[in-house]
Ligand binder design. Structure first.
Ligand code: 13P
Length: 252
């Protein structure tokens, strides 16, 4: 049985004081919530302060990106060990905004994922097709390539500890979420591939989240789709009460 996971991706929203105020409120709201793991990923600047607010609580802090080298002359980049020491325990890798706006490829996703694991961070590896690819009926082939190349070199034991997020690009920030049938089809396919390439036991333990316009009023039906183990939430995670409703909607 996989514990559901709800992760909030703040994207480029909230300053340090705004993140701290949010987490003070969320910490109190989720104090008695069980049966679901909770992650909040603020911008880099707020990670350290955020980690201090959630210490000894049921909320973990995530980052939204990393560089694969430990250190070096890479102006503007942040490494996995730096994130870990700042208090992050999770990191989002290969988000579609990074793929489309910042040139992220399956190859860089793969390097970042391995670097995260070495540093003790749980990577949330994002995959998903564009509208154009869906229209051309390429969705499953795109997912296959993202899984094969993005997770290259991963052992079964490592797969069991990472998280995948299926985020159809056309559903992100558009208010147009995938139907439970569309999400279910993609998640079923992803799980089959993980079984095929990493074995039954490891694939059974790897959590696969859905992301794209998840809101309090659709989390229930999305969670009911087969093989959906939680959600990666953008816009609706910015309000602690809306995020709480999503967390409650996923708890078992
Ligand atoms: P929205 O929930 O705003 O559609 O964003 C989804 C997302 O990109 C989470 O990483």
């Amino acid at each position: 049985m996989r514990t559901p996971l709800i992760a909030g991706n703040f994207k480029m929203f909230k300053t340090v004081p705004e993140t701290v105020a949010y987490l003070i409120e969320l910490r109190a709201l989720v104090r008695d919530v069980h049966g679901v793991d909770i992650v909040v990923a603020p911008p880099f600047t707020a990670i350290h302060a955020a980690a201090a607010v959630v210490r000894d609580s049921n909320i973990a802090i995530g980052a939204q990106n990393l560089h694969w080298e430990r250190e070096g002359a890479f102006t503007g980049e942040v490494s996995a060990p730096m994130l870990f020491v700042a208090g992050a325990r999770v990191v989002i890798v290969g988000h579609s905004e990074r793929r489309t706006l910042f040139g992220e490829t399956n190859e860089s996703v793969n390097k970042k994922m391995h670097a995260a694991i070495v540093a003790g961070l749980v990577p949330i590896v994002c995959i998903g097709e564009t509208l154009e690819q869906r229209t051309r009926h390429e969705t499953l082939a795109v997912l296959d390539r993202q899984i094969k190349e993005g997770l290259d070199g991963l052992t079964g034991a490592q797969l069991a500890g990472i998280v995948l997020a299926y985020e159809p690009v056309w559903a992100i920030g558009t208010g147009q979420n995938a139907t439970p049938a569309q999400a279910g089809e993609a998640h079923f396919h992803i799980r089959q591939r993980l079984k095929q390439w990493f074995g039954l036991e490891a694939s059974d333990r790897c959590r696969v989240l859905y992301g794209g316009s998840v809101k309090p009023d659709n989390i229930g039906t999305l969670m009911a789709a087969p093989d959906v183990d939680g959600a990666l939430v953008g816009g609706a995670s910015l309000d602690p009460k809306a995020f709480l409703a999503i967390i409650r909607g996923a708890a078992i």
